[in-house]
Design a protein. Structure first.
Length: 132
């Protein structure tokens, strides 16, 4: 797909392509990856292959190949949905769109970086009577 294999930054590729068509393609690719991983896992469970069988190794390799691609397509679809409203609000003002996209990426990275330690601190130093 154009969005996934583009040499341009992801945001530029999103702006130049039809967003609905790109979202449909990304969702289809994500579902294909999930189905392949599920079929391979069920194959391993039903046939009860052992690590000595070459089919076992082939199924594991396919799971490890398609799993990260499914996660990649999930990230692409999430990014498309989260960033779409900026494009609509900005209209033709490219400077404002660039400014807001940069700020939102910074906030997103900081939340991903600082969120887990903050939750861990709450669990460690928080009230012990709360069961979470």
């Amino acid at each position: 797909s154009d969005v996934c294999s583009s040499d341009l930054p992801f945001g530029v590729a999103m702006d130049k392509n039809d967003r609905l068509y790109a979202m449909v393609r990304v969702t289809i690719m994500q579902n294909i990856c999930v189905i392949v991983c599920g079929v391979m896992l069920m194959y391993l469970l039903v046939t009860q292959k052992t690590p000595e069988d070459w089919q076992w190794h082939g199924a594991i390799v396919m799971i490890f190949m398609f799993g990260p691609f499914g996660d990649l397509f999930y990230g692409l679809s999430t990014n498309m949905l989260e960033r779409d409203w900026i494009i609509v609000i900005a209209g033709d003002d490219k400077d404002w769109r660039t400014y807001m996209t940069t700020n939102l990426k910074t906030v997103d990275y900081m939340c991903n970086l600082l969120g887990p330690p903050c939750i861990a601190a709450l669990h460690i130093f928080g009230d012990k009577s709360i069961k979470t």
